[in-house]
Design a protein around this ligand. Structure first.
Ligand SMILES: C[S@@+](CC[C@H](N)C(=O)[O-])C[C@H]1O[C@@H](n2cnc3c(N)ncnc32)[C@H](O)[C@@H]1O
Length: 213
């Protein structure tokens, strides 16, 4: 998978297609997150969520993790521009989670925004287990992604949208997966139970707050 080529256009593309809905989805639970020590933002991309997360000053150490060097550079530049005072709290890790380990252990909070949908079933299982193993016993998992839900018409529309997006991202970023896989069961089997969720863009996307109990 290679998001380098589309990294500079990612934000613009998202806004053209979904206006501000993906950003609303990513940040919906930010005010509800507790103040914790160590956070991992995995597949964080161009760093927009990172900057928002750091505004609250609730987190001691934040690890940015992404396999795209271009995305990492964009995120670092964004931090330098919008949040230079908090740069010392952030560790940037250029990592491919399929082949490499998590950079650290004992995370209190992990965030995967529009990230798990790039994996096929095998890698999804492996990645979630790897991330879960790096978390503290009562860790929180904040997750945002697309979904197919609702009545027949809503499901048909979602299915069509998601099909188009997969065709695009398979060509533009060589993503592994050919279809959207619901990670709920894998998250649950790793102990992360759903606490609360919100839907956006007429149910096409959702964000979930999960915790290991
Ligand atoms: C669809 S983008 C989402 C970016 C961002 N989280 C957002 O909400 O817009 C997926 C991100 O995951 C990263 N990624 C894909 N495969 C990865 C892997 N195996 N390990 C780490 N990061 C990966 C990509 O480089 C990209 O930045």
């Amino acid at each position: 998978m290679d998001f380098n080529r589309i990294a500079p256009y990612f934000e613009r593309l998202e806004k053209i297609v979904f206006n501000n809905q993906m950003e609303c989805c990513r940040t919906a639970f930010l005010p509800e997150l507790p103040s914790v020590k160590k956070v991992a933002l995995i597949g964080e991309g161009d760093g927009r969520f990172l900057v928002e997360l750091l505004k609250d000053g609730k987190f001691e150490k934040v690890h940015y993790i992404d396999s795209s060097q271009k995305m990492l550079e964009l995120a670092r530049k964004r931090m330098q521009k919008f949040s230079p005072d908090t740069l010392r709290n952030v560790g940037f890790y250029h990592r491919d989670l399929i082949s490499e380990p998590m950079p650290d252990q004992n995370y209190d909070l992990v965030v995967t925004n529009f990230f798990l949908d790039v994996f096929d079933e095998h890698s999804l299982n492996e990645s979630i287990s790897k991330i879960a193993a790096s978390c503290k016993r009562t860790a929180i998992w904040l997750y945002a992604d697309f979904q197919v839900s609702g009545g027949i018409l809503q499901r048909a529309k979602a299915f069509a949208w998601i099909k188009v997006m997969y065709v695009f991202f398979r060509v533009a970023a060589q993503i592994q997966s050919q279809r959207l896989i619901d990670p709920s069961k894998i998250l649950e089997s790793n102990g992360f139970q759903l606490k609360t969720m919100k839907e956006f863009h007429r149910g096409l996307m959702k964000t979930e707050l999960r915790q290991r109990i």
